[in-house]
Write a protein that binds this ligand. Structure first.
Ligand code: SF4
Ligand code: SF4
Length: 263
């Protein structure tokens, strides 16, 4: 099995691309971030390097505060009481892009606009195309470990809480995710994290509904499939946007189902 750490050199090259930003650590944008598998591994590596076993226990046991400014989301588990990131060197690309004024223009953004950094603060030639290229490089890197953006799960990235679930939730039994869990277990000793895991996302139930949706589709039961896909899309706010383009793929399927019902 490939070791997730083998991807870290290329990941660090991608992380070196965004410009340094004059972030004042106000914490506004630090809701549970989205990241890819290799990035989650990098963050785990960072946590295991930076924190003591006692600090890891405390981190995992800490209650998840609601992001009041973004209903349905939690504040990031890795943000401390002074709004500092406990895993700053290991933070994901999405965290490294927060504060870039350009991010305000991106259509799929869910986090609030940075109230502190403006165009005048950032001498940057970063374009939307460049960000897209970095994200594509991330996807290519992850393709060494799992299929990216393919049925049935269209996995590209997950929020941090969902990754804990993939790594540690015994209720997740899909072979696709068990293989990813194996990659993580082969690379890291997760015994410091496992006893403290609490399900905060209900991801396992969402994955079961996705499986049921595809079964209903195969059985040519569009009414059931339609009901299931609505649940998948709307009933799991704690999974965040789930995958970067997932919603678009489900939307396409819903349109197909509506079309088939009309026949
Ligand atoms: S909102 Fe802006 S200033 Fe506040 S933590 Fe995020 S990037 Fe930094
Ligand atoms: S990982 Fe760090 S920078 Fe990213 S959202 Fe969490 S606290 Fe903020």
């Amino acid at each position: 099995m490939p070791d997730l750490r083998d991807a870290f050199d290329e990941l660090e090259k991608i992380y070196a691309q965004p410009p340094a930003l004059p972030c004042v650590s106000c914490g506004t944008c630090c809701v549970t971030p989205h990241l890819t598998l290799v990035e989650f591994a990098y963050q785990l590596d960072s946590l295991l390097t930076l924190l003591s076993p006692e600090e890891i226990s405390a981190l995992m046991d800490a209650p998840m505060p609601e992001a009041e400014h973004l209903p349905g989301n939690y504040l990031c588990k890795l943000q401390n009481a002074e709004n500092k990131c406990l895993s700053h060197p290991g933070r994901s690309l999405s965290c490294r892009l927060e504060g870039l004024p350009l991010m305000d223009l991106l259509a799929n953004r869910i986090t609030p606009i940075c109230p502190h950094i403006t165009d005048q603060d950032v001498a940057s030639d970063v374009t939307a195309e460049l960000i897209s290229q970095w994200q594509d490089r991330l996807s290519a890197l992850n393709a060494g470990f799992h299929t990216v953006m393919e049925e049935p799960y269209w996995l590209e990235s997950l929020n941090l809480e969902c990754w804990w679930a993939v790594a540690l939730d015994p209720k997740i039994t899909q072979p696709f995710f068990l293989q990813i869990r194996q990659h993580l277990a082969d690379t890291f000793d997760l015994s410091l994290f496992a006893p403290h895991y609490v399900d905060t996302t209900d991801l396992s139930r969402k994955l079961n509904l996705i499986d049921a949706f595809f079964a209903a589709n195969e059985q040519k039961n569009p009414d059931k499939a339609f009901k299931l896909i609505r649940q998948v899309m709307h009933d799991f706010p704690r999974t965040g946007t789930y995958y970067r383009r997932e919603a678009q793929e489900y939307f396409k399927l819903m349109k197909q189902i509506i079309k088939s019902r009309g026949k």
